[in-house]
Design a protein around this ligand. Structure first.
Ligand SMILES: [Zn+2]
Length: 116
């Protein structure tokens, strides 16, 4: 069996108390997340992007990346199906990486256009 939180092979669902507690904390956070909130934020990001693109195309695209990255930073959650192939910890690391890359790309695009 593999630990649901860290992915290490162990004899139970979790390898120790810490992993079990962290997974429980994760499940509690996920249960509080409203899918509607996530989609509203995505919609706001797209709207702000579209409005900005009219005036400043590249800055609009930068805002889209930054907004998407920020949303993922607050909602770094994947589907239950994804958690059957990867541990909770790996999914969090993956989502944070995607989030930070997205924020950085957005910041670089905006910074580049403000400077040049
Ligand atoms: Zn573990």
């Amino acid at each position: 069996m593999k630990c649901r939180y860290c992915g290490k092979t162990c004899s139970a669902s979790y390898c120790n108390e810490i992993c079990s507690a962290k997974a429980e904390q994760y499940d509690r956070k996920v249960s509080k997340v409203k899918v509607s909130t996530f989609f509203i934020l995505i919609l706001v990001d797209i709207l702000v992007t579209l409005i900005t693109i009219i005036f400043a195309p590249y800055i609009g695209i930068g805002i889209m990346f930054m907004g998407f990255g920020l949303i993922l930073l607050f909602f770094p959650y994947v589907t239950e199906e994804t958690l059957t192939v990867m541990s909770i910890r790996s999914s969090l690391i993956l989502m944070r990486t995607v989030s930070l890359v997205s924020i950085s790309v957005g910041a670089i695009i905006i910074g580049w256009n403000l400077l040049t």
